[in-house]
Ligand binder design. Sequence first.
Ligand code: AMP
Length: 189
Amino acid sequence: MLNIVLFGPPGSGKGTQSEKIIEHYGLTHFSTGDMLRAELAAETELGLRAKSIMEKGELVPDDIIIGMIRKRITGQKDARGFIFDGFPRTVAQAEALDKLLDELGMQINVMLGLEVDRQELIDRLLKRGNEQGRSDDNLETIENRIRVYEDQTSPVMGYYQGQGKYRGVDGIGSIEDIFSRLSGIIDNL
Ligand code: AMP
């Protein structure tokens, strides 16, 4: 099995590159952001709890996120592998993921980190806000999401570095160029 964590700040291209990786390697996608947006659209209790947190660009509590992943991952034993996109976003989530995978006899093979500078992230997210109308892609929320990433999420990189699994990739360039940097690493695992 090939289990990948695709890592990087908001706007670094995780969603776009996940699609390419899924298409090429046949992996199952776990995007906690997409799951939360689906809960929100269906107006579930969880979605209603998450709504104001997401609008502010804060993190949804770890127990909710871990519960969502747990529910979806069990029963996926025949998958060729998983790609985690936007998760884990805290060290507690990373520890819970390791524990969950361990219970299932699996592990993370690699964390691929998309490295993009701050101004480029803001420019990309403002553009996406105009094109896709995502309500959290406005300047105030974008700046908070980047701050939350720096404070709470960037330590997750150290967690995987400690396991020798982190590989950083230049996240600037064409979609194809970035994909070929990522697949170069995956193919050599
Ligand atoms: P994303 O689409 O990954 O940028 O996620 C959008 C928003 O959903 C984030 O700004 C958070 O409010 C929430 N969210 C998504 N994934 C997580 C996670 N793993 N932990 C906590 N909050 C999350």
